[in-house]
Design a protein around this ligand. Structure first.
Ligand SMILES: C[S@@+](CC[C@H](N)C(=O)[O-])C[C@H]1O[C@@H](n2cnc3c(N)ncnc32)[C@H](O)[C@@H]1O
Length: 273
């Protein structure tokens, strides 16, 4: 069984308009396998499910289709090096640069199921005095991943992906077969729905932004727009952390690449909030 060209074109166009994710020809199998559960729930084929949306579009199904095509892969302290750079460089520098009395503001954009912002929150707890005001905003396009992130409950398999045992013992409690993150960490993070194609969320101006493993899905014009808009939401001199396969170089040149140990981070040297 394979999708009709009409179905694929419609879905690729819908996903691109609503999320900027580019589904190149050849991804028919991905579209079919991701939409299959939605179609099954209605008792129809993927082609018929998409046809219904073409003939009588509705917002809920449009959102479900886009969410199904996002990749939500994440883990605790993913790639390790950015968290080392956070500890050794970004937190001390950003705190030193803060105007007196201002809170430190961190944004985890495209945060998926919460492992990234909670890893940031745990790092902050280790590194900064409890009296230091820190606000962590975490956003994603997908309501489904945000609901899981806000709940803060993870399977053993998810915990095994990168969470050091010291943090497990310190911050989590067992809940049946799962692990629930403690309120002390959970309450440090404010989650909200946000599309990177729209103006930045409330909670800025940000001193540190994690925007990892999402730009890879966009074409260069979309990346450029997002990086420009990001600068407007950040303090001048603020830090940006991208995924290991992502860079600002050749996309938006108002960032300065800074080498911290073995990781590259980017500093906002252009116009800022
Ligand atoms: C691969 S995950 C990355 C999660 C985390 N940043 C990390 O590196 O582990 C990519 C996330 O980007 C989100 N996403 C995709 N397009 C988006 C958009 N246009 N606006 C906001 N989030 C988006 C997806 O829902 C998904 O949760």
């Amino acid at each position: 069984m394979s999708l009709t060209a009409e179905t694929f074109t419609f879905v690729a166009d819908l996903v691109r308009r609503r999320s900027a994710i580019h589904l190149a020809p050849g991804k028919e199998y991905l579209v079919e396998s991701r939409l299959m559960p939605l179609a099954r729930r209605r008792g129809v084929s993927v082609d018929d499910y998409v046809r219904q949306q073409r003939v009588a579009p509705n917002l809920l199904d449009a959102e479900l289709i886009v969410e199904a095509l996002t990749t939500n892969e994440t883990s605790w302290f993913r790639d390790a090096l950015p968290f080392q750079a956070l500890t050794e460089h970004m937190l001390p520098e950003a705190v030193a640069a803060l105007p007196a009395g201002a809170p430190l503001r961190i944004w985890s954009a495209a945060c998926s199921t919460g492992q990234e912002p909670y890893s940031i929150a745990m790092t902050v707890q280790e590194q900064l005095a409890a009296s230091r005001r820190v606000e962590i905003t975490a956003t994603d396009l997908s309501g489904e991943v945000l609901a899981k992130a806000e709940r803060g409950v993870y399977s053993q398999l998810e915990i095994n992906r990168g969470l050091p045992v010291t943090f497990l013992v310190k911050h989590f409690t067992k809940q049946g077969a799962e692990w629930a993150i403690g309120d002390d960490v959970r309450s440090m993070v404010r989650f909200s729905k946000h599309n990177l194609l729209s103006p930045p969320p409330l909670g800025g101006p940000f001193d540190i932004v994690f925007l990892r493993n999402v730009l890879i899905y966009f074409d260069v014009d979309v990346k450029r727009d997002i990086l420009r808009r990001l600068r407007m939401a950040m303090r001048r001199g603020g830090f940006l952390v991208l995924g290991a396969a992502e860079t600002t170089v050749g996309v938006d040149d108002a960032w300065t690449r800074v080498q911290v140990g073995r990781s590259s981070i980017y500093q906002n040297s252009g116009s800022a909030a």
